[in-house]
Design a protein around this ligand. Sequence first.
Ligand SMILES: Nc1ncnc2c1ncn2[C@@H]1O[C@H](COP(=O)(O)OP(=O)(O)O)[C@@H](O)[C@H]1O
Ligand SMILES: [Mg+2]
Length: 284
Amino acid sequence: MSKTLRAASFLDKGGVGKTTSTAHLAVALEEQGKDVLLLDLAGKQGDLSKHFGVWSEYQDRIADDDAWPNIATVFDESWGTIKKKLGDQATKDLILATGEGPDIIPAHPGLDSLDGDLGNIDNARDRYSRLDGFLDSDVDPLGYDAVLIDLPGLSNNICYNGLWAAKNVVVPIEPGSFEDGQAEQLERDLEKIGNNFGVEISLSLVLPNKIDTRRTLDRDYLEIFEEKFPESIAPEHVPYSQDIRNATESGQTAFAIDEPSTTADRAQSAYLSAASTLLDRLED
Ligand SMILES: Nc1ncnc2c1ncn2[C@@H]1O[C@H](COP(=O)(O)OP(=O)(O)O)[C@@H](O)[C@H]1O
Ligand SMILES: [Mg+2]
């Protein structure tokens, strides 16, 4: 059995497409024959599950108090006790299947207080390596090819757990959001976090998102992105596509659209090529 690859979406900013990219890259990897597990750490609103139309099903489970254990409990001291009681089933109970290939561990309201709870752990290594420990001991044995982690758009303790565990980041960027200084800021952030942890965090994939090539500004930004990130830029950009929004609202990715528009078609192609680039970089 080969190793489970890991990557996490990261940018200290909301609304750039972290969740959308994570969902679509997961489906793109599945299209290439990979078995993918998604992990939603991006907040209790469950955005990633909504991309696959499984959020209301999960809400029902939570309402029936049947969502214990959940993603927040794996960070907890109680996880050991839960495993003693439930055995291997403890981890399997966290996972839902989606209709598009990837499996998912959904977000949970418990994520709300998790950041503060992690902050109370004195030892930095212990505080930041909880997720890594869970993936090593409980998820890797399940034999997925890859785990993709969706992170919140801010640098908190949950985010640091994701970075520590994955050590590889996927960064969606949109035109205009990346005034010159921000590219350097991102690289400085990753270096600083890596230094604090004593690990190397790689910028594995920079994915230009919401691009409208009819706009000069967007074309200029694409050039800037290519110059700034020659090593990690994705082979194709993801166009701005109303179809992506519509698909998300109906609980699907753009891969599930019956008659994709030109932009949805281009988006699919961009996600597929980005997914193979990401795979190559994670396997390196
Ligand atoms: N390529 C795209 N074309 C059109 N809308 C997009 C695209 N990518 C993301 N969006 C929309 O932008 C909004 C923010 O995306 P999201 O993935 O939730 O960002 P983040 O997770 O970084 O906060 C959502 O409404 C999403 O549907
Ligand atoms: Mg998000």
